[in-house]
Design a protein around this ligand. Structure first.
Ligand SMILES: C[S@@+](CC[C@H](N)C(=O)[O-])C[C@H]1O[C@@H](n2cnc3c(N)ncnc32)[C@H](O)[C@@H]1O
Length: 269
């Protein structure tokens, strides 16, 4: 293995634990024909075992030194390297039915998950290593401390679940936090219609901007007392108490109610 000084700015914490590496491959269940994509291959901890199974592997890596290393290590193998920023990568370019895996750079994990959500229609499933704390927020249920914008935005688009809990010692250098592997599968249809997602995003950003306040206060700009009554939602609740379906009902109500001025906004987005 080449001498490489891990770059903090690229979130480089390399997997060194053979048990965890084997577990990730086992849960991913790759098949030779799969259209597999790895984000952030690094020094190849997952890339090597994946290349042993799949006919072709596409990888997206930002670090040029690492790309040079990958080119020499896997010369002659069916590895297609995209030397670019995964946050800007057009995943639609790779076709449909994508299976995406990666031990993600933790410093960009949330924006990367939002970026990937835009390509739901191209994705079959995803398996990612993330900070445990982020996974907890992704899969959180209403009325729990971890439930918030990330839970709602992603649960709208994906079915998700935590698979493996991973300690810091499984990486070099060891991160300060506990990690976990999560699976994500796009829902056949998002709960919020795509054309209303912008309104939904604005609504939950406002509702969660002051977590301890009631919806009556936080959503004052959106809903009157009689709106809450028509929706059969208690205005004395907090954002964290509402289910995704209840936020969907509010979004739907606003988008169908021209007097609120949201109808046009929704249609434009
Ligand atoms: C946590 S390391 C994982 C490396 C390797 N897969 C492993 O498990 O040992 C994250 C990898 O993502 C790369 N990376 C960081 N930011 C990136 C970005 N914006 N786009 C693509 N790759 C990125 C890093 O250079 C690094 O190789």
């Amino acid at each position: 293995m080449m001498r490489h000084i891990p770059r903090k700015r690229f979130g480089q914490n390399f997997l060194i634990d053979p048990y965890i590496i084997a577990e990730i491959i086992r849960v991913t269940q790759p098949h030779s024909q799969d259209r597999l994509v790895e984000i952030g291959p690094g020094l190849g901890a997952l890339t090597s075992p994946l290349l042993d199974i799949v006919d072709t592997l596409q990888v997206i890596e930002i670090d040029r030194d690492i790309v040079d290393h990958l080119k020499s290590t896997y010369a002659g193998k069916n590895l297609i390297i995209h030397n670019c920023d995964a946050l800007k990568f057009d995943f639609a370019e790779l076709g449909h039915d994508l299976r995406i895996v990666g031990n993600l750079p933790y410093n960009i994990s949330t924006p990367l998950l939002f970026h990937l959500a835009r390509f739901c229609g191209h994705i079959r499933d995803m398996y990612f290593m993330l900070q445990q704390e982020v996974v907890a927020r992704m899969v959180a249920e209403p009325s729990t401390p971890d439930y918030g914008r990330l839970s709602l935005m992603l649960q709208n688009r994906f079915d998700m679940g935590q698979l493996i809990s991973v300690p810091p010692e499984s990486f070099r250098p060891a991160p300060k936090v506990q990690s976990a592997v999560v699976w994500m599968r796009p829902r056949a249809t998002p709960i919020i219609p795509v054309e209303c997602e912008r309104l939904f995003a604005d609504l939950i950003a406002t509702a969660f901007s002051q977590r301890r306040k009631t919806l009556r206060n936080t959503l004052r700009g959106y809903l009157t007392t009689s709106d809450f009554e028509r929706l059969a939602i208690d205005a004395g609740l907090r954002a964290e108490n509402l289910t995704l379906e209840q936020f969907a009902a509010i979004t739907d109500y606003l988008s169908n109610n021209k007097s609120h001025g949201w109808h046009d906004k929704c249609a434009q987005s």
